[in-house]
Design a protein around this ligand. Structure first.
Ligand code: GLP
Length: 233
């Protein structure tokens, strides 16, 4: 039907181990030069494993999927901060690329990022998924041909992501994100989804029909996607 492969694991830790092995093998085969990274709670055990390992990323360039608008590198709610805390301050990379949430001209910042992506094709893109099926910050209804762009977040995403913010702190309602087309250009995509809250999105995917209200379903058109999940779908 498509290039989708499901790996069923017992828990997130086992899932992180699976992804670790995929990354390790790609590094050993010298097939991993450009790596797309994700943020979110799902990725915390993933990066912990990498940090505790002897994986050598010194020849690897990275691109992060997204960033909130109006949030600086030193703001703990930001994704650049998240990456520094969990990975970049602990492992050496050749070069890391993140979107600048404080850029004066957001359109220009998106273009700068997209140009860099085009010049450095992704070998592997790691993805999480939102409860509403969003990938990166491509919310339901985002055109499938979108490249890196400014995105308005849905109420549901604001509510779900508010758990990372302190009480009283407002979740930014705007972000910059790699587009669906930018993500699908990666040679290989590995998506991690753990827990019941991700069931609706994975169920849509397994139904096998591309639906713009469920951005995750566009992965059905890619020829090399691995889904690592603890859900029996
Ligand atoms: C955010 C990010 C996504 C991520 C999603 C799921 O909205 N923009 O890239 O996949 O959260 O996060 P979590 O892993 O915390 O469930």
């Amino acid at each position: 039907m498509n290039g989708l492969k499901f790996i069923k694991v017992n828990n997130p830790d086992e899932g992180s181990e699976n992804l670790f092995n995929i990354i390790k093998e790609a590094l050993e085969k010298n097939e991993l030069h450009v790596l797309g990274l994700a943020t979110g709670g799902t990725m915390i055990p993933v990066y912990k494993k990498w940090v505790e390992s002897d994986l050598d990323f010194s020849g690897v360039t990275t691109f992060n999927l997204d960033e909130y608008v109006g949030i600086s590198d030193d703001n703990p709610n930001g994704y650049a901060y998240f990456m520094n805390e969990h990975l970049f301050s602990k492992k050496k990379f050749k070069k890391v690329n993140t979107l600048n949430g404080l850029a004066e001209n957001l359109e220009e910042e998106c273009q700068r990022f997209e140009d860099l992506l085009l010049a450095n094709p992704l070998d592997i893109q790691i993805l999480g998924v939102g409860e509403n099926g969003h990938i990166a910050f491509n919310e339901p209804g985002t055109p499938f041909d979108s490249v890196t762009h400014v995105a308005k977040l849905t109420q549901s995403t604001l509510e779900v992501n508010s758990r990372f913010f302190k009480p009283g702190e407002k979740v930014p309602n705007t972000a910059m994100t790699m587009g669906i087309k930018s993500i699908l250009r990666a040679k290989k995509i590995v998506l991690l989804a753990f827990g019941e809250k991700k069931r609706a999105a994975l169920t849509k995917l397994s139904e096998g029909k591309v639906d713009s209200e469920w951005p995750i379903t566009k992965l059905l058109e890619h020829d090399n996607v691995t889904i690592i999940t603890d859900l029996a779908i």
